[in-house]
Design a protein around this ligand. Structure first.
Ligand SMILES: Cc1cc2nc3c(=O)[nH]c(=O)nc-3n(C[C@H](O)[C@H](O)[C@H](O)COP(=O)(O)OP(=O)(O)OC[C@H]3O[C@@H](n4cnc5c(N)ncnc54)[C@H](O)[C@@H]3O)c2cc1C
Length: 233
């Protein structure tokens, strides 16, 4: 892991009504893998630091992280960031990454848990990796879906990427599945599930529930399940 470094905000991108991405000015060596995370410290009256996943891929040539905005001081300060402001970052951390022998994978994600998965899917698409990907992405409503257009573009470029949106509230004009991610939906949308590595990312309660479904209902071995817990939600 490298030392903490100063970085300059290049762009602030609104992803949904309560999700923002901060893109940093490209600087030197992008020494991270798709799916890893960084620490972000914001300068304010008191120390404000959080761990956040990279939402960008190293193939894009810049660092971007994406935060669900809450009422916290960190969120409020981040919400006020603008181009040319400074942040302090340290990376890389974590092992939520594709390995060379991962040829068929499935991602199960909810809400803001999509960030490292967006990074991995973008990397696989840009690098034309020999990986078959199925993503089930759960949100409450259509307007809660982050990176929707991004995934649409990736699907056009990458025939080996399947994206299934799962919404708990109906949205008549949008192609999605209604309800929650459960064993029935996994069997229907990922019929070859037993031959895949599953990557789960989201709030701890969601990750625990998904893990239970995969290990108890679908009887997948422990080493087929890779998790990233977003502690704090
Ligand atoms: C590996 C990993 C990757 C993550 N990736 C993302 C991501 O991509 N996007 C995203 O939105 N969230 C991500 N999170 C969650 C993120 O770190 C925050 O916990 C979450 O965003 C809520 O922070 P908050 O400031 O909005 O809420 P708050 O309610 O203020 O804080 C939530 C949590 O932060 C802890 N906390 C409070 N103060 C501090 C402090 N000074 N230093 C450290 N922790 C403190 C609290 O104990 C609480 O558990 C990730 C977490 C982990 C562990």
């Amino acid at each position: 892991m490298a030392q903490e470094v100063r970085a300059i905000v290049q762009e602030v991108i609104k992803r949904t009504h309560n999700v923002k991405s901060i893109r940093l000015e490209p600087a030197g060596d992008l020494n991270f893998k798709a799916g890893q995370f960084l620490s972000v410290r914001l300068k304010a009256e008191k120390e404000l630091k959080r761990y956040l996943s990279f939402s960008s891929s190293p193939s894009e040539g810049f660092i971007e992280f994406t935060k669900k905005l809450t009422e916290s001081d960190f969120s409020r300060t981040l919400d006020g960031l603008k181009s040319k402001d400074e942040v302090f970052i340290q990376y890389p951390f974590g092992d939520f990454t594709l390995k060379d022998d991962h040829k068929k994978v499935a991602f199960l994600s909810g809400g803001i848990g999509i960030t490292p998965i967006r990074s991995i899917c973008k990397f696989a698409t840009d690098k034309k990796l020999d990986v078959d990907i199925a993503l089930l992405y759960a949100n409450r409503t259509f307007s809660d879906i982050a990176f929707r257009q991004d995934f649409d573009l990736m699907k056009k470029e990458n025939p080996r990427l399947k994206v299934v949106h799962v919404l708990s509230e109906a949205c008549p004009d949008f192609e999605s599945c209604m309800g929650r991610i459960d064993s029935g939906l996994i069997k229907k949308e990922v019929p070859d599930y037993s031959g895949r590595k599953f990557f789960l990312c989201g709030p701890p309660a969601m990750v625990d529930a998904m893990k239970k479904i995969l290990s108890e209902e679908l009887v997948l071995p422990k080493d087929s399940i890779i998790t990233e817990n977003f502690q704090g939600y």
